[in-house]
Design a protein around this ligand. Sequence first.
Ligand code: ADP
Ligand code: GLC
Length: 473
Amino acid sequence: MPRLKVLFVVSECVPLVKTGGLGDVAGVLPQALAARGHDVRVIMPRYRSATAYPAERRPEPLVAPLGGGERWCGLWEGRLEGDVPIYLLEHDVLYDRDGLYGDTFGEFGDNLLRYALLSRASLELPAAIGWEPDVFHVHDWQSALVPVYQRVLGRPATSVLTIHNLGYQGRFGREAADALGIDPGAYGWLGLECFGDVNLLQAGITCATALSTVSPRYAQEIQTPLGGAGLDGALAARGRDLVGVLNGIDEEIWDPRSDLHIAERFGVDDLDRGKAACKAALQLELGLPVRPEVPLVGLVSRFAWQKGIDIFARAVEMLHGEDIQFAVLGSGESWAEELFGRWDDELPHFAARCRFDEGLAHRIEAGADLFAMPSRYEPCGLNQMYSQRYGTLPVVRAVGGLADTVEDGVTGYVFEALEPAALVEALLRGAWVMRHAPHEHREMQRRSMQEHRGWDRAAAQYDALYRLASRRR
Ligand code: ADP
Ligand code: GLC
């Protein structure tokens, strides 16, 4: 099979910057595709937090025409793991600030311009570096304008849009849309028009050659009114071109046998001792009573509506009389940060750290017994798979990728209803098995740890999708 040239256009990428799972995926999928022999490269904004990453500025600037005139950018080049080139788009006014999409005051007001520039500039990259991609692989609303500009400019190239989260669509008031530099008369047929606003994700869905999302179940859900966040019609109209490709995980970064963040390394064969050491160390680190027998429930999450953090909070309240500990890491909605901070002070069995902390995320995965994910919706979810790898049984709601990766009573616990009582019931089930049927618990841990979660399967599916899309175009 001929080797393909693929350009990933993304808004975050591990190890440079990450706010969630998109960064994880963008950091490892290109490597997995490169390992299949493809020439894969990545372009991303040079945010302030990415400037420390080793890279060199290329001699020529990159010039992108947008509404209001040309934008001149610097272009830096570095390498990701696996020798994957990464290009960093430098524009101080738009990217040299704290935060990726916003700060403590909320979303940045100029996000439309910031990501229109990323998309438009990625189409100038081929001329600037003398390398013409066969496929532009774009992700979420932040790069959904790539296929839109391709259509406007009459530059046919294959584009694949992966939807990681339909809850964020890049919807902006029409007055801001002048920055796009697209004739408003074309908004309708480009799919930009959305009840008087512009909607970048909807336009990407309309214009991309092929669409994918990050689990088979979510691919079904988003074509229904309940899961479609207003775009189910647009998605169903392109149902033939939409596939669900389940994310993998980086099995090197998330490996209890070699993880340097955790107190003691362990594998499936020496699970008990290593896990007990990680649990004790986590309890100590978080100021929880160091008690091996008490079930410890972990949660690592953005505190957002999507994640059912309110359901989790209610469940914690309902479980007050039970002998169960909680270890929470996350940030986001201020009510949650405030409440969990207070409980951390007041409740001896509850610990919370409200910040982004990569190392602690690993230590919770390794040290907890159960891991809660009561999501309202979950396109894929990575934490349940990280948990499984560390012998920590995920307790998840039966939605999206959670339903596709956790089997009830086999590799975790699954509940249906979006209600605190349902989460409580599932947590109590897990705690009971751990206490009273330890062999069963251990068997579930073993099975979870042995699930194959690498990226090779997904990379093969994307490979096929790129070829299919190229033929369709
Ligand atoms: P989403 O992308 O919707 O936030 P995922 O489960 O796909 O959900 O990915 C979340 C990623 O972000 C995981 O790698 C998780 O460990 C990480 N993460 C979330 N919150 C934090 C935090 N406060 N500190 C460290 N890592 C976090
Ligand atoms: C999104 C989703 C999450 C998914 C991640 C990576 O942020 O919310 O479910 O795992 O993208 O695809």
